[in-house]
Structure formats: C-alpha cells, structure tokens
Design a protein around this ligand. Structure first.
Ligand SMILES: [Zn+2]
Ligand SMILES: [Zn+2]
Length: 441
C-alpha cells in the first residue's frame, strides 16, 4: 500500500513540491499521520512520563516491521526511562540512527485549536500543571513514524541498518544520556551517523534550515538557594530578608553576560523560576532560584559559573550573613546539555539532499541557536557525526503576515506555539526519508 508513495518520493524532480505531484501520499499516508499528530497533541506527557507516547511509537514501529525494544534508558536515580528503539537490518552497509524526542512541557495551552490539550499532571515538585506539546515534539514523533514507514516501503533502494529512536525527556536534558547509560550502543550496535530534526517558528511549513558546525548552545542548569533570617514582615531589621537578597542577586546576574563575558561569545543567563515565602507578612528563611545558562564554549561556560558563584559569595558578605548562611549554588550535571555540533561533511551531504528534495529556494542556512538539545549526546562528544536540521512549522500565510508587520509568531515553549500540521509533517517525512535514503544508498 505504501509503494505509490515511495515511488512518488523517489521519482520526485528537485524543484516541484511534493503536494503538487500526482502522488497518493495525501490519500494514503498523510491524513493518518495528521490524525496521529492531533492525537499526540491532545494527549501530551511530561518528561519522564512518556508512557503512552512511547507505547504508541513501539506499536507503530512493530506493525511496520521493526524489531522493537521498549523501556530503554536508565536515569541516575536508577529508574527506567521510556526510550524506544526500532531496528531494521537491510543488508550490509552503515548504521543510521534517526532520532525524535517525545516529551511535552508544563504549559497551559492557549492555541484554541480543536485538538488542543486539556491535560494536567503533577510535575516533579508535586504541583498540578497544564501539559502541552509546546515544543512540537509531537510533530517530531509523527515524522519519525512516517519516515520509518516510508523507509520500509523503499527497502529495495537502500542498504544498511536503521536504528529508529524515540527519545524521552529531551526537555529535562536527561533522556539521551539515560539511553546511552542503558547501553544503547552495546545492545543494538553503534551507529555511524545520527540524524534528526526540530520544528521551528522561524520558518513557514515547507522550508528547512541547517547550520553546519556549532549549531545549538550548550546549556547548564543551576539551582541557587538564597538563605536569610526569617521573621515578621513588619520587623525586617530583626532578620535578613532573602527576598530582597534574591532581587539584588538577580539584577547582579545580568552583568555576567554584559560585563564579564567576552562580547564575541554568545551566552545567556536566565532565572526561570523563583520561589520563596508563604504569606505577605512573613519574611521567609530562603528563596530558591532555578537558572539556565547557554554558551558555545567551555571557557565561556566557566565565566558564567564563576560569575554566579562569586556573586553568591559576595551577597552573603554584603548582607553580613555568617558563612553557613551563604547562598548555595548547585550545578545539575544531569540536566545539562552539550553543544550541538553539526558535522560539516555530513551536514553538506544532508543539505545537498534537502536541496534536491524540496528545492534550493526552500533550504536555508541558519544562524546559531541559543536553544539547547541533547541530540548531540548520541554523537558521543563528536565521535559519531550528527546532522540536525530545522523544520519550518508555521502556517505560511500567518508567517508572511507576521513578517510583513515585523512580528514573530509564538515560538517554542509558549502557550500559543501552533505548527501547521499537514505541510509540516509532509515536509518532515519527505526530507528525513530522502536524507536517510541518501546516507544508506
Ligand atoms: Zn523544548
Ligand atoms: Zn524541543
């Protein structure tokens, strides 16, 4: 049943859009994939909790003919992750890992689409939160399944081994590490190349972009606890108010990038979460901050870490706090991601296939991205080449209107991030399949 789709794919002349071909993809595959996407979108699962999504991926891969193993991944606390691997051996040749992430975010959806998520769940802190696929990992998962199917149907045109990976917990940056720690490569073979994609609000559906070399920043997660001496809100002089100290600290942090970092090094320090106190007239004993930092080199990362530690130590001194009440600074290695480096040679090859598949006018070279990704973990610190490209996901008319008025459509991690399902999935499956087939030809 898939044969006409693949023939259409393979015979496609470069500059003609897939949808303009007399292909049967729309009738046969695409509606089902769009339905799958909408179902995934309406039922998002937080990082570490991707039970149903991973089971769906496993079932789909199994149905398509892959040898599937579930529950791959070991977190540092000894719990198992919901990683899925589907293996398809198709004669001698290289092993290609095709990866998609599956997890969603604690965001209350506000897109208003008919298939919007109304899911709530408890986050690791025990709070009830809305859950949304606000990073489009439901698009990636759907594209992965579509690509896995297309590659089975085109088996006669490639040789080698396919390793299809459904990765959990990208948003907490510990899913890829958990899969590697669970001996992914010892159990299923070490790939020769890793490919994948991420959707974006920076391009309309139908377009893609690729950044050779350093493409996405490394990220480091840091917890800071500002301690003080609590008391009555009416008698601040009798304590040391950690809320005021936290405010000072947050403002000081803004000078790390502007005054301490080399201006030629792009970097970011963000406090994304701050918690302290229980009631307006009680000065609490402590305030907790969660930070994320981004950089493109180890040197630049160290400047940030040294800055945070130095400012934390100085804060206690200036407040006259004893050393045992100095702020604590904890670097969460398990929640930190390495630089995403696109191997230049592999990127050039992928780019050539992208151009051949959807036309020069739809393939761009993008600037470095401060967002982070753990896909690079599958490359074992540069030992295995990785190529990761971006998939335009916006409604083309809305994208054009926003650009014309100098605005941007809502992006990753926002409550109104809204991919245009059909053309995004279509372009994703078409390009990822073509790239895989070229690498295994
Ligand atoms: Zn994300
Ligand atoms: Zn993402």
């Amino acid at each position: 049943m898939l044969k006409p789709l693949l023939l259409a794919l393979l015979c496609l002349p470069g500059e003609v859009a897939w949808s303009q071909q007399p292909a049967t993809i729309e009738q046969q595959e695409l509606p089902g994939l769009v339905e799958m996407y909408k179902n995934l979108h309406a039922h998002p699962e937080l990082s570490h909790f991707e039970q149903n999504t991973s089971a769906m991926v496993a079932e789909e891969l199994r149905k398509t003919g892959y040898t599937v193993t579930e529950h791959i991944g070991l977190y540092p606390d000894g719990s198992h992750a919901f990683g899925v691997v589907g293996i398809l051996k198709n004669g001698p040749g290289p092993t290609l890992l095709v990866r998609a992430d599956m997890d969603a975010l604690p965001v209350v959806e506000e897109t208003g689409v008919p298939y919007a998520s109304h899911v709530t769940a408890k986050n690791p802190a025990g709070q009830q939160v809305g859950v949304m696929h606000a990073c489009g990992h439901d698009i990636h998962t759907t594209v992965l399944i579509g690509t896995a199917r297309a590659l089975v149907a085109a088996k006669a045109q490639w040789h080698g081994t396919l390793m299809i990976v459904g990765q959990p917990s990208e948003e907490t940056i510990d899913g890829a590490k958990a899969m590697i720690a669970d001996h992914l490569y010892e159990r299923f073979g070490r790939p020769d190349m890793v490919i994948g994609l991420h959707d974006t609000n920076q391009e309309p559906a139908g377009q893609v972009s690729l950044t050779p070399g350093p493409a996405m920043a490394s990220s480091t997660s840091i917890d800071v606890t500002i301690r003080g001496i609590g008391g009555h809100g009416a008698r601040p002089n009798q304590g040391r108010d950690p809320v005021v100290l936290a405010a000072e600290f947050i403002m000081q942090l803004q000078t790390i990038v502007s005054r301490e970092e080399d201006p030629r090094e792009p970097s970011v320090v963000t406090v994304g979460d701050i918690h302290g106190g229980t009631k307006r007239n009680i000065i609490p004993n402590e305030v907790k901050l969660e930070l994320t930092t981004r950089s493109f080199s180890e040197k630049s990362r160290q400047v940030i870490l040294d800055g945070i530690r130095g400012m934390a130590a100085g804060l206690a001194i200036s407040a006259g706090l004893p050393p045992e009440l100095a702020p604590t600074v904890t670097v969460l290695d398990g929640e930190s991601a390495p630089l995403e480096y696109n191997d230049p040679a592999l990127s050039a090859r992928v780019r050539a296939t992208l151009v051949k598949t959807i036309g020069q006018q739809n393939v761009f070279e993008d600037r470095q991205e401060m967002g982070s990704e753990d896909v690079g973990v599958f490359g074992l610190d540069g030992k295995i080449p990785v190529a990761y490209y971006r998939l335009g996901a916006m409604y083309p008319d809305r994208f054009a209107a926003a650009r014309a008025s100098g605005k941007e459509l809502p992006g990753w991690h926002t409550s109104r991030f809204e991919p245009d399902p059909q053309p995004t999935i279509e372009t994703g499956v078409k390009t990822l399949t073509a790239v895989a087939m070229d690498l295994l030809k």
